[in-house]
Design a protein around this ligand. Structure first.
Ligand code: PLP
Length: 450
């Protein structure tokens, strides 16, 4: 990696002068200029290289610049760069067929979007029209996107800036055994109580008003919350009992992240709609979508669907999804993810938990793991408080800095550090990153008070 500090400085100058960044106070940020990336690493213009344990925004599942994926996009660009959604296009047809073939149950038709928020937005619209009902139930500690509906469905602080929004969004508590809203003492009890709470929520909201329950199959940004066995099956039953649709938001959890095509495959279940984006083509070209059941699709057989996007099913994006799914199969990437979870990430994180008092719990599956950090080992009080920023978030900032100093780029959110590397990361690279993490956690241990 050859340094090019002049170019880096120019990139940074133009960025600060003209780029308006997501979720940020514009005067308080200094985005790192990136010179390149390959495989599991990216690097800056100073020549400093980072092992990526964040997969950017948990989307680069196939790793950077995969040569076969780059070649497929180049070929698709030479063949057909763009065509309107109203035509039948080779890449679009093939991507939809391949996604439908991999989707569970009778989920068979795909509406393509440019990303995750548009996917959840359209899934909610489909559910409302299909049921003739208006309410959408989602959990606290969830993220569903930043468009006007998806941000109101979101159950965390990023929603606050968009309030008051539209009526019809109801939040409830999902299962989180380590910090139970139900005072449970086991995953089984958490599952039972969380389902009872959802049943009660449906009762008091009025089932005849509820179009859909939208859940991240495994909650991503808000904590890698893997639902206890039985929870999603219980949600399916509650939905069936009350004519409510189950929308699985798999924008982050799908396409390899959990070692499956769809995270629901882990429990052998079929929702009515699945939202996907991110890992479907690792963001090489923006793409998302909704896969829907035959029943939901049939609602729009003789009634026009009131929604669309100029770039729905963009040929380059769809061609890259086709190529990505093929590469996953040719290279056995789903099998690799499951093996890395069982033989490297899970066992090594458990060692790390046993050694570091600041690590209250490790949890996850696939390449989707969280360390829930505490400052009090008896009460499990979080290392930094919910939504902490500035001085209050300093212990997390110090931990992140310690990782970066040794060339590891993890993801942090509130009091958690997430280990979410590309699905293609090798055992050796994982071991290298987890060793850095092990050393860096001494910084968090220093904040443990009891
Ligand atoms: N849903 C989930 C579960 C997500 O994690 C995200 C993004 O992080 C979204 C929806 C929104 O996706 P996008 O940022 O592509 O609009």
């Amino acid at each position: 990696v050859r340094p090019d500090t002049d170019k880096g400085a120019q990139v940074a100058r133009d960025d600060r002068a003209h780029v308006f960044h997501s979720w940020s106070a514009q005067a308080q940020i200094a985005p790192l200029p990136i010179a390149g990336a390959s495989g599991s690493y990216f690097w800056d213009f100073e020549g400093k290289r980072y092992l990526d344990f964040s997969s950017q925004l948990v989307n680069v599942n196939i790793g950077y610049q995969h040569p076969k994926l780059v070649a497929a996009i180049q070929e698709a660009a030479a063949r057909q760069c763009t065509i309107a959604p109203s035509f039948a296009d080779e890449s679009r047809s093939e991507a939809a067929r391949m996604i439908a073939e991999r989707a569970p149950g009778d989920l068979d038709k795909v509406f393509f979007t440019n990303g995750g928020a548009e996917a959840t937005e359209n899934a909610m619209r489909m559910a409302r029209i299909h049921t003739g009902r208006h309410k959408i139930l989602t959990t606290y500690r969830s993220y569903h996107g930043a468009t006007s509906g998806s941000i109101l469905a979101t159950g965390e602080p990023r929603r606050w800036g968009s309030e008051p929004g539209a009526p019809g969004f109801v939040h409830f508590w999902g299962p989180y055994p380590f910090r139970s809203a139900f005072h449970s003492t086991s995953p089984e009890q958490e599952c039972e109580r969380a389902l009872q709470h959802l049943r009660d929520t449906i009762m008091v909201e009025g089932p005849q008003t509820i179009a859909a329950i939208m859940l991240e199959t495994v909650v991503g940004t808000n904590g890698i919350l893997v639902p206890p066995d039985g929870y999603l099956a219980g949600v399916r039953e509650l939905c069936d009992e009350h004519g409510i649709l189950w929308i699985a938001d798999e924008v982050m959890a799908g396409f390899g992240r959990c070692g499956e095509w769809f995270a629901v495959d882990h429990w052998g279940l079929a929702p009515d709609l699945i939202c996907f984006a991110k890992g479907v083509n690792s963001g090489y070209v923006p793409l998302g979508g909704v896969v829907m059941s035959a029943r939901v699709a049939a609602t729009f057989d003789d009634r026009p669907y009131p929604g669309g996007l100029t770039y729905s099913g963009h040929p380059l994006a769809c061609a890259s999804a086709v190529a990505s799914m093929r590469i996953f199969e040719e290279e056995g990437i789903l099998e690799h993810v499951r093996k890395m979870a069982d033989t490297v990430i899970g066992p090594r994180l458990e060692e790390i938990r046993a050694k570091h008092p600041s690590v209250g719990e490790v949890r996850g599956l696939g390449v989707f793991w969280a360390l829930d950090l505490v400052k009090d080992t008896t009460t499990n009080e979080a290392l930094v408080s919910y939504n902490a920023s500035g001085e209050a978030a300093k212990p997390m900032a110090e931990l992140m800095a310690a990782c970066k100093a040794e060339g590891l780029w993890p993801m942090t959110h509130f009091n958690r550090l997430h280990v979410v590397p590309p699905c293609t990361t090798t055992a050796e690279e994982l071991a290298e990153g987890l060793d850095v993490l092990d050393r860096a956690l001494d910084v968090a241990d220093a904040h443990v008070t009891a």
